[in-house]
Design a protein around this ligand. Structure first.
Ligand code: NAP
Length: 243
């Protein structure tokens, strides 16, 4: 129970890596503020966490808006750790990208985490940590994912500057490889094609398997509890960036 009496905000907690992280940190004793845009999804997700009636608050809010960020801030007047896994990205060929679609990607993955951390500064503990989730697209982009790669790389760079400026608050990214979560239903809706792609990746990468949300939750747990990790990117990708 090393995180007993700690308050941790997890944005993206209703699905995938965010949900696995919320469950893991809750099991370690923390009070978890679970954030996502959709109230029902949050309530269903919370039910999957053991003894979820204790030490869990649900906040339906969109982190890309000022109003949403203020709602997240209002959930607690003292925050020990902020974790952001949330993103809503558009994958499309460069020739089809519109300014509107591109701005949405930049807002969702780069600016919203930055401005959420800014909004929470008055309530973050002096020894708090801030952890964002970036991703393999920064190193190994797929066609249609050029801008996703750019915002992931931008996030890895952003935390280095934030760690210097916000010290002693520690700011880091965890960068996943391909992890089996619901996000893939949007990225590649055709199930058969998705499985084909997954099998090709399993055969290629050193781990010979794709990631599980729990792999990422374990890494986030380490990053937030190790007081000597700051301005770092932890790669949790089965070696995918090497091949
Ligand atoms: N899965 C992979 O293979 C992979 C690989 C590399 C990097 N990543 C990155 O890892 C992170 C987590 O991905 P995942 O696969 O766990 O995604 P996921 O299963 O789709 O979950 C995304 C979560 O974020 C919430 N969310 C999205 N936009 C939000 C907003 N504006 N404000 C508040 N909540 C929001 C969603 O709930 P609502 O829709 O209800 O808001 C949901 O809870 C993402 O940043 C993704 O880019 C994923």
């Amino acid at each position: 129970m090393e995180l007993q009496n700690k308050t941790i905000i997890v944005v993206g907690a209703s699905s995938g890596m965010g949900l696995a992280t919320a469950a893991r940190l809750h099991a370690a004793g923390a009070h978890i503020v679970m954030v996502g845009r959709t109230e029902d999804k949050l309530a269903e997700a919370a039910k999957t966490i053991e003894s979820s009636t204790e030490r869990i608050s649900l906040v339906a809010a969109d982190m890309t808006t000022d109003e949403g960020r203020q709602r997240i801030k209002a959930a607690s007047d003292h925050v020990d750790h902020l974790v952001v896994t949330a993103a809503d990205l558009s994958y499309m060929p460069i020739k089809d990208f519109t300014v509107e679609a591109a701005e949405k990607v930049v807002q969702s993955k780069l600016l919203a985490p930055l401005f959420l951390a800014q909004a929470l500064l008055p309530v973050l503990a002096e020894n708090a940590s801030v952890t964002f989730v970036s991703g393999i697209a920064a190193e190994r982009p797929i066609a249609g994912g050029a801008l996703t790669g750019a915002v992931n790389g931008g996030l890895n760079a952003l935390v280095r500057g934030m760690a210097i400026e916000l010290a002693p608050i520690r700011v880091n990214t965890v960068s996943p490889g391909w992890v089996e979560t619901p996000i893939w239903e949007q990225v590649m809706p055709d199930k058969a094609k998705r499985e084909e792609l997954f099998n090709a990746m399993r055969a290629k990468i050193p781990s010979r398997r794709l990631g599980k949300p729990q792999d990422i939750a374990q890494a986030i747990h380490l990053v937030i509890t190790n007081g000597f990790i700051s301005g770092s990117t932890m790669y949790v990708d089965g070696g995918q960036r090497l091949v």
